[in-house]
Design a protein around this ligand. Structure first.
Ligand SMILES: Cc1ncc(C[n+]2csc(CCOP(=O)(O)OP(=O)(O)O)c2C)c(N)n1
Ligand SMILES: [Mg+2]
Length: 763
């Protein structure tokens, strides 16, 4: 059997298995609650040729693939035929603990290289993975990655984050990146507008890609070369996407008529003559002969792309959504399922006997032998042990009055002097200097995959912008999606490249939501990294509401896989950061979201450092001021607890002092992580209960933070006491810090007032 025949048989098997898998999940498998299971037969069919060419011929053991999310069934079918999934697994599509609806590293790392699902995100993170791999090589940290193959849908390219990332200059240097666009001209509900399809080549070329378009298959190509063939080509290529989709749906005889009808209703005689020698069925088949289903053309394009080393490549593969199925080309086929009768007809056409639906190729068959002789697919390398460990502590002194943002700069400066710094890489979306990375950049330089002239070398500059392959800071354009997806890529090098990086990304806290989907995706993909978000809150007083973050604490509490911490003092920044970096290095910890402030705070307010105190900071909080130590305290005394996070801790202390003068016993608790305290509530003995003494039963709570009050609003319920949560619950605005703290009710006076209200005194 020839290679072509073998691959065609494999492709037919992938198509059958993908279709059956979805049918089985929806119709055959018991469905106790009757909720539609779904799955994408048409989106899978669209890429069976592309997947067959990749997984049964072109891929090597170092190649990573990000698969178009809605092709998951076809991808699983290919994995099964490659012997990487059990037959039983195929029957678990979309079931609890079974194969995920969309390829997920978190759930199925044995077969899924890179997670996809939300349009555009997985594709970009995969691409930036190639940059991360290049970074490893440039820094002597590993052998990098093989090719990174990114299979996307055409409508997926509507997502702006794709172009934000592909426009990054470094991407144009990534010769091991190959994008394959499944140009089936269909989105979910609509036919893709013509202009978008026609623009694809120019868009990719503008981003430095080598573009190869597989528009028509070779049978149609041969016809185009016959006398009159150019006419047919012009006719086909003049069709709008919608008109072409219509041709695919017409009964065979109608397709010919539509083609030769010509413009203005006058029949196109030469075209009619050209097609006269073909029966209707063959005309219809010719019209549907697209490059993205021509295995020979696909393989040639893959081989040509593999030879291109200097720049990324893209193959624009024209396909038919639902190829080989009765719903082929139907604009409404995205969520459509074959009817049981249609599945039976498909079964007959594929020669599948009842009871043998899941069969692969019998051992010894030409197909099985072909598959057996293929090189292995990517298996994750064992991560190399780190060459230098994150230290337990830094020998760093902090000024008497400083902000947490400044402390971050100092911690990074101290780390830069240690051997572990070789694994640290910082990333920012055009705010490196304003987020305190200047010192680090001066020491470590800016990363770019090629050496670049240091244009400002002879001009005095506070920040030395030396760019080249040795740099350890990556400065992106203003695109927070790209920032988080790059952190996701850098945060997976341990798993994908065998060398662990410690990625630290910085951005202004108000712009966390701007990249939120990407942050979510990066965490979902299993990456580990640190996000330093600074400045935050209305403490940034004159900057005004567009730059004052309000809702981010809630985001921090809610995001899985990430600890949200908001330190109040410099030493806490150091401890939280070192702890997180150690967790990244050992691959046991979660990512960290450090919400920092530019507000200078008197460090004398902080407790003396100790191992116990440090442990409390890491667990989520500690008692800063203990009213139980004050004269006159007893369990019956009038008492209040003030829980404060971050920049407003000094207001809490001032309020407690004022209340003390009125005979109210006010303790102050510093919440270093609203997130960890909250999650700790599910422990058999919540840490929160350890913070509060048993003799303090019933003491009400005022909570305060420079952000939305709800991030700490759970405390009262958790302790079973009344609470007034203070915070910033409206848009910010310009003013002095005092103006704004007063206006939003987070100053000392407001805290004391809230305490009095809770205690039933006149506020
Ligand atoms: C961010 C995001 N928005 C919306 C969706 C819902 N959605 C799923 S598939 C799809 C259309 C995808 O079209 P295309 O990328 O062309 O894929 P294909 O035609 O191959 O199915 C949409 C809008 C999604 N998955 N992600
Ligand atoms: Mg599409």
């Amino acid at each position: 059997m020839s290679e072509r025949e073998i691959l065609e048989r494999i492709q037919a098997k992938v198509l059958w298995l993908a279709t059956w898998m979805v049918h089985h999940a929806n119709v055959v498998r018991p469905n106790p609650d009757g909720v539609k299971v779904g799955g994408h037969q048409a989106s899978s069919a669209s890429v069976v040729s592309l997947l067959t060419a990749l997984y049964f011929k072109a891929l090597g053991p170092d190649d990573l693939v990000a698969v178009k999310a809605h092709a998951a069934p076809a991808f699983y079918a290919a994995q099964y035929l490659r012997g990487r999934l059990e037959r039983a697994a195929l029957a678990t599509l979309r079931s609890f603990e079974g194969l995920q609806a969309y390829p997920s590293r978190r759930k199925n790392p044995e077969v899924v290289d890179l997670s996809t699902g939300s349009m555009g995100l997985g594709a970009v993170q995969a691409t930036l993975g190639a940059l991360a791999g290049r970074y490893l090589v440039d820094h002597g940290l590993g052998r990098g990655l093989g090719r990174v193959v990114v299979l996307v849908g055409d409508a997926e390219l509507d997502e702006g984050n794709v172009w934000e990332a592909l426009g990054e200059e470094a991407v144009a240097r990534l010769g091991n990146v190959l994008w394959i666009v499944d140009v089936n001209r269909q989105a979910l509900d609509r036919v893709v507008p013509d202009a978008r399809t026609r623009r694809l080549r120019a868009l990719f070329e503008a981003c430095g890609f080598r573009v190869e378009e597989l528009r028509w298959g070779r049978r149609l190509g041969a016809l185009f070369r016959r006398p009159g063939g150019a006419r047919l080509r012009r006719r086909l290529e003049a069709l709008s996407n919608a008109e072409y989709q219509r041709l695919l749906r017409l009964p065979a005889g109608e397709a010919r008529k539509a083609l030769v009808a010509g413009a203005a209703g006058r029949p196109d005689r030469p075209l009619d003559r050209l097609l006269a020698r073909y029966p209707d069925e063959q005309v219809a088949a010719l019209v549907a002969d697209l490059g993205g289903h021509d295995l020979g053309l696909i393989l040639a394009a893959l081989a040509a792309a593999a030879r291109e080393r200097g720049r990324p490549s893209v193959i624009l593969a024209h396909t038919i959504k639902g190829w080989g199925l009765p719903l082929a080309g139907d604009p409404a086929n995205h969520t459509a399922l074959l009817t049981p009768a249609q599945v039976e007809a498909l079964r007959a056409a594929h020669g599948v006997r009842p009871g043998h639906e899941w069969d692969g190729f019998p051992p010894g068959s030409a197909e099985a032998e072909w598959i057996r002789r293929l090189p292995p697919l990517f298996t994750p390398p064992a991560p190399a042990p780190p060459r230098a460990r994150v230290p337990e502590a830094l020998d760093e002194a902090y000024p008497g009055e400083t902000s947490t943002q400044e402390a971050f700069g100092r911690v990074l400066g101290a780390l830069a002097r240690l051997p572990v710094a070789e694994a640290l890489v910082t990333v920012s979306a055009d705010v490196a200097v304003t987020t305190h990375l200047a010192g680090w950049i001066n020491r470590k330089g800016v990363y770019f995959p090629e050496a670049r002239p240091h244009v400002f070398a002879d001009v005095p500059q506070a920040v030395q912008w030396r760019e080249g392959p040795a740099g350890q800071h990556i400065e992106l354009g203003i695109a927070e999606h790209t920032l988080f997806l790059l952190l996701g890529a850098l945060g997976l090098t341990a798993e994908l490249g065998g060398a662990t990086l410690l990625p630290v990304g910085t951005l202004y806290d108000p712009f966390v939501p701007r990249g939120l989907d990407a942050l979510y995706h990066a965490l979902y993909s299993g990456a580990r990294f640190v996000v330093v978000a600074t400045p935050s809150g209305v403490s940034l007083a004159p900057e005004g509401g567009a730059h004052q973050s309000v809702i981010t604490p809630g985001i921090g509490v809610a995001l899985p896989g990430l600890a949200y911490c908001e330190p109040a003092f410099a030493r806490e920044v150091e401890w939280l950061l070192l702890d997180a970096l150690r967790g990244l290095q050992e691959r046991t910890g979660e990512s960290l979201y450090l919400r920092l402030s530019t507000r200078p705070v008197d460090q004398a307010l902080a407790p003396a450092p100790s191992a116990d105190h440090r442990a409390r900071v890491l667990r989520g909080g500690y008692r800063l001021r203990d009213a139980r130590q004050a004269p006159g305290w007893d369990p019956e005394a009038t008492a209040v607890h003030v829980f404060a996070a971050g920049a407003v801790v000094p207001e809490a202390v001032a309020a407690a002092r004022a209340l003390g003068a009125e005979g109210v016993h006010a303790s102050v608790f510093v919440v270093t992580s609203p997130d960890r305290l909250y999650r700790g509530l599910r422990a058999p003995r919540p840490y929160l209960e350890e913070l509060v003494g048993p003799e303090e039963e019933g003491v009400p709570i005022v909570s305060v933070l420079d952000g939305h009050s709800h991030a700490l609003a759970y405390l009262g319920a958790a302790l079973g006491v009344p609470q007034l949560p203070l915070g910033v619950d409206d848009f910010g605005q310009s003013g002095t810090r005092a103006d704004l703290y007063r206006h939003y009710g987070i100053d000392a006076a407001a805290i004391a007032r809230a305490a009095r209200t809770l205690l039933g005194a006149s506020p």
